[in-house]
Ligand binder design. Sequence first.
Ligand code: SAH
Length: 217
Amino acid sequence: MPTAEKPPPEKMMFQLNLRRRGISDQAVLRAMEAIPRDAFVEPSDRRHAYDDTALGIACGQTISQPFVVAYMTEQLQLRGEHRVLEIGTGSGYQAAILSKLCRQVVSIERFRMLADTARKRLKQLHCDNVEVLLGDGFDIPADAGQFDRIIVTAAMVEIPDALTRRLEGGGILIAPVGPHNGVQTLVRLVRTDAGLERKALVDVRFVPALPGIAREL
Ligand code: SAH
């Protein structure tokens, strides 16, 4: 009988830590298990890929802390038929996790180099339902349409109306809201018949959302 391949201890700890910190959605945990985070970090950081910390990536940006990725994903309450918008592709890791839990992901990144690298990685991992666009999350292409879920992974001082207008009825938006160089609050908006319901979740620290396509690279 072939012996089942045992996951390396750091990957087992990774899953255990997510559960210990309160992630209980089995589909989210499975997605976190299925996507190799080591494929999204800088080669020099591979040995830290399964630590529960954010890590630096190209263009002075970061790949988010795994717990925060899992937590935001859980809060989105994704279903298989959902169309999801991500602002801030970065490494592509969050987009890969989303891709396992919904029908389509459109992810926008303002650095060409990050968008190109993420697109390549996602293709290698067969995350074929993710479309990475070079663009500005503050100026979403008119033809991008409406979304069931929106996840912003860069800090916004306020959530622009242009973004909430893209949210379908019953839709959920999660974004870190607050000052650019400090602590932000993760905010969850739900579009209800009565309007937008707003709830503050936890404190987080994200790199800032900046307007326009980046000039370098
Ligand atoms: N979700 C990423 C982490 C994102 S870090 C991951 O899983 O790795 C935040 C990213 O948002 C950075 O790459 C940054 O360049 C991008 N960003 C900042 N402002 C933006 C904007 N206006 N439009 C699109 N992307 C933006």
